[in-house]
Every structure is written in C-alpha cells, then in structure tokens.
Design a protein around this ligand. Structure first.
Ligand code: UGA
Length: 436
C-alpha cells in the first residue's frame, strides 16, 4: 500500500517507520527542511529507543522516504495520514488545530480521487467533520474519505506500542475506508490477534481523550492514596499490588510519584474539559484530576523541605532525573521543573543530572548546574532527590553516593530504591506512600 504521512513528529515518524516495517511504501513529509535533510541521512530528531535503527533499515530497503514536497508525497497515495502537532493553545487549554486544518487545505487539491485521509493527530470530537468539509470544498468530485485513527503509543516504548498494540481504534463513516484500514492493520496484527475497534469517527476521536484522561485519573488516585498511606503508616506499592491484581483494576499505571507530566496527559485532560464545557457537560472527576495533579507537582518541593527540617536556604540539592519519565529527553510539563523552581525560590542551590534530558532542561531551567556523572552531581549535596526513575539511576551505588554527599538524605519521589536498603547504608529516606 502506498502511504503518505504528514508531519514527522513523534506520532508521524514512529507510525510512518512502522508502516514501512510492515512492508508498505511510505513517504513522510514535513515542512521543516532541516529535519527532513537529517532524516534522509538517517539522523532521527527525537530520542526514542530503537527508532534510529528502524529508520535506517527501512530507508535502506527503499520502503521509507522523506520529503518536504507535499505533491510528491500525496501523489499516488491511497492512505494519507495527518500526524501534525496539536499543541495546547496558549492560555486556552484546548488543542490548537491550525496545523491539522492547514494540512487538510494543502493536501486537498493534490489527493488521488479515492484517497483516504486519516487523522492520527490527537484531535477533539468533530475535527474529522471539519477536515471533511475543508477537503470537500476544494474537491467537488472524487470519492475521498476522512477517517480517524488515534495513536496510543508511549514515549520510550513507542515502537513496541505501535507494532504490538493492545488495540487499534478506527473511526470511519464509509465502508471503503473501513475495508482499507482493516487491511492495513488487520493483516499486520493478525499474529497478535489484536482487537480492532471499528466505530464512528466522532467516537474514535473521543476514545483517545477518554483513555488518556482515565489513565491520568488512575495515577492521581494512587497518588492521593499514597498521601494517605504516609499518614496512616501503610505502603502504597503493596497497596497498589493488592488492589491491582483484581483484573477489573489492573496493576499498571498505579505507580505513585510526583504527579504525571509529558506532552499528552496535561494537554489532553484540559482539551477534554474544554470539549465538555463547550457541550455543557461537566466531567468533574477529570477536573479534580487536573487540579490535584498541579497541586501535587508543586507540593513535592515541600516534601524536600520537610526532609531538610523545613529549610533549604543555602543548601545544595542534587536532583537525579529531570525528564517527565525515563527513556525520553522530553521535558514538557515535567514535575522536575516546578520542584526545582520552588526550591530555588526558597534559596536552594540546585545541581542536576539526567542521562539524556539535560540539553532540553537547560532551555527551561536557569541557575542549575548540570552534571553528566550522577556521583559528581551529588558531591557535597545536603540531599539527593530522585524525580525520574531511569534504569541508570535505579542502579546507582548508594554507598558511593552517600560517601560523596555532605548529608545522607534521600528523597525518593519514584520509590526507585528499596527504602530498607538505603536506610541500612545510612540514608535518611523520604519516599512516596511510605511512613518514615
Ligand atoms: C501517554 C499514554 O500512556 C499513551 O497511551 C498515549 O498515546 C500518549 O500519552 C499520547 O497521548 O500520545 P506518554 O505521555 O508518553 O503516553 O507517557 P506515560 O508513560 O503515559 O506517562 C505519563 C506520565 O504519567 C509520566 O509523567 C509518568 O511518570 C506518569 N506515570 C505513569 C506515573 O506517575 N505513574 C504511573 O503508574 C504511570
């Protein structure tokens, strides 16, 4: 199948590359010439384990190409994916759809008559209808279709999430689009017996927001229970296991931490609330989730202050892990940012380490000294704070870390270490959802 993918961001690049890996002829198009030049040379602009190799292999096989020329990309393509960004609108909280609409306007005159335009970007309910109108206003004839096919991949494990998804969601308004998309996914995912949910376009659009809002709520639930555990002397990890083994609940996404971040949950929960507001519906549980998560991110600084007897003025704090989660260089809405900024306001001196996120962190944070080496980062520190549970951070030699620090205080906001082990080494430990 000849496929065009518009937009080489996270979703576009991973999807395009994986479609090529399934044997399709894929061309990815982006307006950013520097990005496309790099991709043509095999330079992948995002940090995603395994993606470089997959891009290289499929490009070498001639199945995956990159261009800035939309005409070249769309010509002859049976399926055209729109995978451009939908960033949050400044001050509005909802998604900015201008890139989606611009893509629709620009591709409309170039489409093959029977092409299927599939919106993969995360878009609010009803966007597919507008895309249909935009294209329809240019192409009075032809049997084009507009479908929805949201993407559920997670940064850091994006390739596996794409190639072996829990499910695929397809929103179509006509039989032809259904058939083509079923063929595209059905054949490749046959071996995994992946369920494919075929529904109306509007339902498909809403599923994406509902899934992200539910996961954000699940995390917020366990975070609040972690606070309760701290007060009553319980252990949140064991609580999560005891709850989660009930199949109706499930054990995943029950890791208590400093609050969720990233480019998706904060944006998508806000966008869902905006849609609900537009239609006069209140989704109170999501409203509470958003409020509780924001408050939690800010409150984490107090936890650090508490561990240092309420005063961080002039104290040196080593922050271990900066990105919103491991295996990504993404700093968007990372809990590390409000935490560091608050501690700085209270006079703390911040030293920080992250395996890959320091370049991006340096663009957001000021007055922070960055270290490639985590032990050097902790040198003469009064406390070490774990914010991101990178494998390399989990594997740190705590005895060595303690030796280099001025005071052995560990604030483990991801429960990355066994509290008992750290205490045996001599650390005073403040963890999440455990009594101290
Ligand atoms: C999320 C969804 O998981 C994907 O399914 C979805 O496709 C994606 O958004 C998107 O909309 O594009 P992502 O933002 O990459 O993926 O990251 P997650 O792994 O979901 O983590 C989000 C945040 O929740 C992180 O800050 C993470 O640390 C936090 N989290 C996650 C917890 O605090 N506890 C958990 O148990 C799980």
């Amino acid at each position: 199948m000849k496929i065009a993918v518009i937009g080489t961001g996270y979703v576009g690049l991973v999807s395009g590359t994986c479609f090529a890996a399934w044997g399709h002829e894929v061309i990815c198009v982006d307006k950013n010439a520097q990005k496309i030049d790099g991709l043509k040379r095999g330079v992948v602009p995002i940090y995603e384990p395994g993606l470089d190799e997959l891009v290289e292999r499929n490009s070498a096989a001639g199945r995956l190409r990159f261009t800035c020329n939309l005409t070249e990309a769309v010509k002859g393509a049976l399926v055209v994916f729109i995978a451009v960004g939908t960033p949050p609108r400044a001050g509005q909280g909802d998604a900015d759809l201008s890139f989606v609409y611009m893509a629709a306007r620009e591709l409309a005159p170039l489409l093959e008559d029977d092409a299927i335009v599939v919106v993969k970007s995360t878009v609010p309910v009803g966007t597919g209808d507008i895309v249909q109108k935009i294209i329809g206003s240019v192409r009075k004839t032809g049997a084009f279709s507009v479908a929805s096919n949201p993407e559920f991949l997670r940064e850091g494990v994006a390739i596996r999430d794409f190639l072996e998804p829990d499910r695929v969601v397809i929103g179509v308004e006509d039989e032809r689009a259904r058939k083509v998309l079923m063929e595209l996914y059905g054949v490749a995912l046959q071996a995994h017996k992946t369920p494919i949910v075929v529904t109306q376009r509007r339902t498909s659009e809403l599923i994406k927001y509902a899934a992200n809002a539910f996961l954000a709520t699940k995390i917020t639930f366990i975070n609040e229970l972690a606070d309760l555990c701290e007060q009553v002397g319980s252990n949140v990890s064991e609580l999560a296991l005891g709850m989660g083994l009930d199949k109706r609940i499930g054990t995943s996404f029950l890791n208590a931490g400093p609050g969720y971040g990233g480019s998706c949950f904060p944006k998508d929960t806000m966008a869902l609330l905006r849609t609900a507001q537009d239609y006069g519906v209140s989704v109170r549980i999501v409203e509470e989730t958003v409020t509780a998560n924001e408050a939690r991110k800010r409150r984490m600084a107090l936890k650090v202050m508490d561990a240092l007897e309420g005063d961080v003025e002039g104290r040196t704090i080593a922050v271990l892990g900066l990105t919103f989660k491991p295996d990504t260089d993404d700093m968007r809405d990372a809990p590390s940012v409000p935490l560091i900024e608050t501690l700085q306001r209270f006079g703390a001196i911040i030293r920080a380490h992250d395996p890959v996120g320091m370049e991006n962190a340096g663009r957001i944070l000021s007055g922070v000294e960055f270290f490639d080496d985590p032990y050097e980062c902790a040198h003469n520190a009064d406390a070490a704070v774990v914010i991101t549970e990178w494998d390399s951070i989990r594997k740190l030699d705590l005895a060595r870390l303690k030796k280099t620090m001025r005071q052995a205080v560990l604030i483990d906001l991801r429960n990355a270490f066994e509290q008992g082990v750290a205490e045996e080494i001599g650390f005073r430990v403040s963890a999440i959802g455990r009594s101290t």
